[in-house]
Design a protein around this ligand. Structure first.
Ligand code: CA
Length: 366
């Protein structure tokens, strides 16, 4: 490839300078001074069928290539192509791949504090998560944890509040949760277990057959757009909201710290800004696609229900009990939890004022 030109001001070593005519001030186009061709592999945790989530990595990679005029190329690999979807963290940590796209709460088995990088039940909404990450100290706090795993991470998408999943029978109160076999992984499953649910962890493709043969009574996935593709509504018609275990789950891009430090600074900037773009666009995609998917589902006989208040209240109590227990035995978790809780409390107070009253009026008064 030929040497490409960058506009001045990019902080690049100057080579040959060309003067463009027509401007009052002289505008220079400067040779890049030999920025290298870089080829990275990205391991995604997700399959291509989750096009909105998987697609965020492609949005990011395309933007990086465009900004660097094709010199920095990132090839996106779906879950299972290089490593299984749940081993992305290990693959990035050990340099099997330079970077990855995943959900940090998959790794709560290593340290429950990784959940703060995605979502905790009854935690932050997408906007609040962004506020905590970009402007509330969350990103720096989480990077201390990730650095111990030789990784630097960047927010990389959000689904917004998820749905509470598909149930074969109605849930009228806590009694209906006893012995209920539900596909719900992670901390949401641990909390529901305290309320009598028997949580199951199944990959997306295995959920429908398990529901069909009665091995599952309920299953949560994402929201209308993704759920409709898997057809749960045909066998478990009661669709509950909200998915309180995922009030604004954030996806993340991971980069191996050694590879990051070796990356030329303009490429680091390109990567960072492309992650921020992917972060914004994923949420926009969901907010645009979920409404029409929900309308379609309702047209097919789906019955929408809110979780009963006693279920939400008991689940919230169990959630904070779980966090307090973890904080008592895990000082790293306790440090982030203290900051997160303080931020959460403040942001809830603020959102209660203008946001909630505006939303209430807008949504419920016609
Ligand atoms: Ca989910």
């Amino acid at each position: 490839m030929q040497r490409r030109a960058f506009l001045t001001g990019a902080g690049l070593a100057a080579g040959t300078a060309l003067i463009l005519p027509g401007c009052g001030k002289k505008t220079e186009i400067v040779e890049t001074g030999g920025l290298p061709e870089v080829r990275w592999r990205l391991a995604s945790s997700f399959s291509k069928s989750l096009d909105t989530i998987y697609g965020a990595a492609e949005v990011m990679a395309r933007r990086v290539a465009a900004i660097t005029q094709g010199r920095f190329q990132i090839k996106v690999h779906a879950g299972g192509e290089i490593v299984p979807g749940l081993q992305v963290m290990d693959a990035v940590q050990h340099g099997t791949v330079e970077c990855g796209h995943t959900a940090s709460y998959y790794y709560v088995g290593k340290d429950m504090a990784f959940a703060f990088d995605t979502a905790l039940p009854f935690g932050l909404t997408a906007r609040q998560q962004n506020a905590w990450m970009y402007a509330g100290g969350g990103l720096a706090l989480m990077r201390e944890l990730f650095a111990r795993y030789n990784i630097i991470q960047f927010p990389g998408g959000n689904t917004g509040v998820q749905m509470g999943g598909w149930f074969r029978k109605e849930i009228k109160g806590l009694a209906d949760l006893q012995g209920l076999k539900m596909r719900i992984p992670g901390l949401g499953g641990q909390i529901l277990a305290k309320l009598g649910v028997v949580p199951q962890t199944l990959a997306g493709a295995d959920i429908y057959p398990a529901l069909e043969r009665g091995a599952l009574d309920a299953a949560e996935w994402v929201g209308p757009y993704d759920d409709a593709k898997l057809g749960f509504h045909k066998i478990a018609p009661h669709y509950y909201y909200p998915g309180w275990w995922e009030g604004g789950p954030q996806l993340s891009f991971y980069v191996n710290l050694d590879k990051w430090k070796a990356l030329p600074e303009p490429y680091q900037s390109a990567f960072e800004v492309a992650c921020a773009e992917a972060n914004a666009i994923m949420l926009a995609e969901y907010d645009a696609k979920n409404p029409e998917a929900l309308m379609r589902l309702l047209g097919q006989g789906v019955k929408l229900h809110a979780f009963p208040a006693e279920v939400l209240q008991a689940a919230r109590e169990a959630a904070f009990q779980l966090y307090d227990e973890e904080a008592a035995r895990n000082p790293g978790f306790a440090k982030i939890y203290t900051e997160w809780k303080r931020f959460r409390e403040q942001t809830l107070q603020w959102f209660k004022v203008a946001e909630a009253s505006y939303a209430n009026f807008l949504y419920f008064s016609r």
